[in-house]
Design a protein around this ligand. Structure first.
Ligand code: NAP
Length: 476
């Protein structure tokens, strides 16, 4: 059962405003209303940009920005249980996974505070060229300007933290548009930021119809950067529509894992069971496609299937639950259709494949061809495909055989095999003897190919949200 109910206004320019209209936030598990949020449109978005512009006229020194960021981290720590419950209620995320997310957001703010204090340019060795003799030169890192942040439903707290905290570290004011299905965690972060002493206008939140708010953000020249996490369809179209803005994209994946013939099969199977189905597979780096060298295939499946059978499917509020609902009925129908497509094409389904009390059971599909949707598109559901391959070459070719390139992994005990895979897998991040679902919040995180064009992790995001200005001083 969902435990929270909340009615939230929108923070714009230091005021919490009502708009006369509300969005209902419903539990993806029970369907009950867990909160109502004031619904913004183009007018509120422009008002938020006005407020951000005013805020940036009075820059905050680095030590103040860092102190505010640390205080938000402390606030998240103090309200940990409430924060985790809110994530669980609005996203349908199992409470134990929601707790991990709430903790990670503290880490994201803490690392951003460090970056705020470290933000500096660099000296340029001018006398390295004859033309530079008698000159002193250095760069300053300046905020890029007002940032529009657009975030997805699946990590409604920590992925919002990955936008807000680095932007403040970089001294940029933000207009945030959280996912309509999960705006409550984002608003809680705004409340914590206000309590931490963030002055008016530095963080403004607009929840509401995405195209109306998106258009207002894209069309306003004062917005200099858009930082977006979500689907490729939306992300790339925003970038195409805003050629003069910096548009940073963190997008989807169809995450592959290679299990080499010499791998520790217990470890590989445990990692797959834990990271293919957690939060019903709704992580951009949830393990989706496993390619196992033939000699290890039967042994891997023997170890995987009992672990999958043990996963507890049910109420996300239950401490024991591993797999809860997917975000909505549309997503559920799509995922079940894709499973059916694989079954009709002759693939086996040795685990799951259908529903249990209205939730998709953790599903393993064996022998799905590369042309099937479960193999080449992002499932974003509790579905893992397992295929036997004849060689490492074939595994790498199949792993690379999608338009995505966020993270990939390999289990092997051979250094040479591991190093070859790290060179040949076309992904932004590669894990060895660890699930490709692994992320620690200070890491550079982001994709190649259609999975994105940027790196997050506070140090990297701050770099993306600042510009280098050169100063040359004639000392001759
Ligand atoms: P989505 O449908 O693309 O939505 C993401 C955000 O974009 C939401 O806030 C949405 O608002 C907004 N949006 C939609 N259309 C828009 C428009 N025309 N203009 C401006 N904003 C618009 O993605 P999702 O379903 O929430 O999230 C799942 C996707 O995110 C998956 O593909 C997943 O892999 C990806 N993801 C990537 C990462 C990463 O770090 N690489 C992390 C997590 C998730 P509404 O909610 O109001 O529609």
């Amino acid at each position: 059962m969902a435990l929270t109910t909340a009615e939230k206004k929108l923070p714009i320019g230091g005021e919490w405003i009502e708009t006369g209209d509300w969005i209902e936030v419903r539990s993806p598990y029970s369907g009950e209303v867990v909160g109502r949020v004031a619904r913004a449109g183009a007018d509120e978005t422009t008002r938020a940009i006005d407020a951000a512009e005013r805020a940036m006229r009075e820059p905050l020194p680095a030590h103040k920005r860092a102190e505010i960021l640390v205080r938000v981290a402390m606030g998240l720590g103090r309200r940990h249980d409430e924060v985790a419950r809110l994530i669980s209620d609005e996203a349908g995320k199992p409470i134990k996974a929601a707790r991990v997310e709430a903790k990670r957001a503290m880490s994201t703010y803490t690392f951003a505070a460090v970056e705020a204090r470290k933000l500096a340019g660099e000296m340029v060795p001018m006398d390295a060229a004859q033309a530079g003799e008698g000159k002193l030169a250095f760069t300053l890192r300046r905020p890029i300007g007002i940032v529009a942040a657009i975030t997805p439903f699946n990590f409604p707290l920590n992925l919002v933290a990955h936008k807000l905290a680095p932007a403040l570290a970089a001294s940029c004011a933000v207009v945030l548009k959280p996912a309509s299905q999960t705006p409550l965690s984002a608003l809680l972060l705004a409340e914590l930021a206000e309590q931490a002493g963030l002055p008016p206008g530095w963080l403004n939140v607009v929840a509401g119809p995405s195209s109306e708010i998106g258009d207002a953000l894209l069309e306003d020249e004062r917005v200099k950067a858009v930082t977006f996490t979500g689907s490729g369809t939306v992300g790339w179209s925003l970038k195409a529509r805003a050629p003069r803005k910096k548009v940073n994209l963190e997008l989807g994946n169809a995450t592959p894992l290679i299990v080499a013939g010499d791998a520790d099969l217990d470890a590989a199977a445990a990692a797959t069971a834990a990271n293919g189905f957690s939060f019903a597979g709704q992580s951009c780096i949830s393990i989706q496609r496993v390619y196992v060298e033939r000699a290890a295939y039967d042994g891997f499946l023997e170890r995987l299937l009992p672990r999958v059978a043990k996963l507890k499917v049910g109420d996300p509020a239950d401490e024991e639950t591993d797999v809860g609902p997917v975000i909505d009925e549309g997503a559920k129908e799509r995922i079940l259709d894709w499973i059916e497509e694989a079954r009709s094409a002759g693939a086996e389904v040795p685990a799951g494949g259908g529903e249990q009390d209205g939730l998709i059971r953790p599903t393993v599909i064996a022998g799905a061809g590369p042309e099937l949707k479960v193999s080449c598109e992002e499932v974003f559901g509790p579905v893992v495909t397992v295929n036997s391959v004849s060689s490492l070459d074939e595994a790498i070719r199949l792993a690379n055989g999608t338009r995505y390139g966020l993270q990939a992994g390999i289990f092997t005990s051979g250094l040479e095999t591991a190093l070859r895979a790290t060179h040949e897998l076309e992904f932004g991040g590669i894990t060895v003897n660890e699930a490709p679902t692994f992320r620690s919040d200070q890491m550079p995180y982001g994709g190649v190919k259609e999975s994105g064009n940027t790196r997050e992790g506070p140090a990297y995001a701050v770099r993306e949200l600042t510009e280098e200005h050169l100063v040359v001083i004639n000392t001759a």
